[in-house]
Design a protein around this ligand. Structure first.
Ligand code: ADP
Ligand code: MG
Length: 275
């Protein structure tokens, strides 16, 4: 999630999901944006869908399997349609309005190892449904001026949800999109975000384990081209830098956090105690 538009949410959801599928994980993408960009990026036309995420949010006990479109052996999507924009007001008076997506996932989630939810650029009922149903928040962003301010605002939202709707919610970290590692500004912004997360390490906040994921995703025109072909970068341009970056990111995420010197000390102490 990121309440800002155009930062790389959809590009990251789709291509990271495709990369995780290539790593052998069974991955479900949920398109929670009425603009249907993730659905289109994966080659699913939102017009004339029999069942979309909209139908499931209004009727979480409806036929969920009809909404799941298989993309390849390991990758599937529950698409969205423009009607989804109306869900914000249609659900406004429903008592369990924030838990609708969670109820859907309770029914379909078991068939997948990972579920990636592409959020709209706002903090309304749809995004709150995503936060209420998730274990982790991933923040795609561009390292430029005022980026840290945006991160602060996102953490406030996550805190609110973690303090009520979903106590298990954690911030996994930031994915740097359209990144220019050579720019001094990017380097400064990344350092600021890392300092912000570092400071949170000892605190009881949902982002105490957050990190800036490596590698950053470089700016790559192929990543901007592939949505109009309804293909992930791996089907459209498998040798492009965008494919290499999302593949490496997926591998890094599956490998878990890189241990720091402090982690090593903790592990050594634990081993000594056991002995
Ligand atoms: P969001 O979902 O946050 O609105 P998108 O993922 O749709 O953002 O990205 C915004 C635009 O930037 C899209 O046109 C997308 O194709 C393009 N884009 C995203 N990541 C990259 C990248 N690494 N290099 C070049 N273009 C990118
Ligand atoms: Mg988007």
């Amino acid at each position: 999630m990121n309440q800002k538009g155009g930062v790389g949410k959809t590009t990251t959801t789709v291509n990271l999901a495709a990369a995780l599928a290539l790593e052998g994980r069974r991955v479900l993408v949920i398109d929670l944006d009425p603009q249907s960009h993730a659905s289109l990026h994966l080659g699913v036309e939102p017009q004339g869908l029999q069942t979309s995420i909209y139908d499931l949010l209004l009727d979480p006990d409806g036929d969920a399997t009809a909404a799941i479109h298989s993309i390849n052996e390991n990758l599937a999507v529950i698409p969205s349609e423009t009607d989804l924009a109306a869900a914000e007001s249609e659900l406004a008076t429903v008592e369990d309005r924030h838990r609708r997506l969670g109820r859907v996932l309770d029914r379909v989630g078991h068939a997948f190892d990972l579920v990636l939810i592409d959020c709209p650029p706002s903090l309304g009922i749809l995004t709150l449904n995503a936060l209420a149903a998730s274990d982790e928040v991933l923040i795609p962003m561009q390292a430029h001026f005022l980026a840290l301010q945006g991160v602060g605002k996102l953490m406030e939202t996550v805190s609110l949800v973690a303090g009520g709707l979903n106590p298990r919610l954690r911030v996994a970290g930031v994915v740097l999109c359209m990144h220019d590692a050579a720019a001094t500004l990017s380097q400064e912004v990344v350092a600021d975000i890392e300092a912000y997360f570092e400071q949170a390490k000892e605190q009881a906040v949902p982002w105490s384990g957050a990190r800036v994921f490596r590698p950053p995703v470089r700016r790559n025109i192929k990543l901007a081209e592939c949505p109009s072909f309804g293909k992930s970068i791996f089907d459209y341009a498998p040798t492009a830098s965008g494919a290499a970056d999302y593949r490496a990111l997926a591998k890094a995420m599956l490998a878990g956090p890189v241990p720091t010197a402090a982690d090593v000390v903790v592990v050594e102490r634990a081993v000594t105690e056991v002995r």
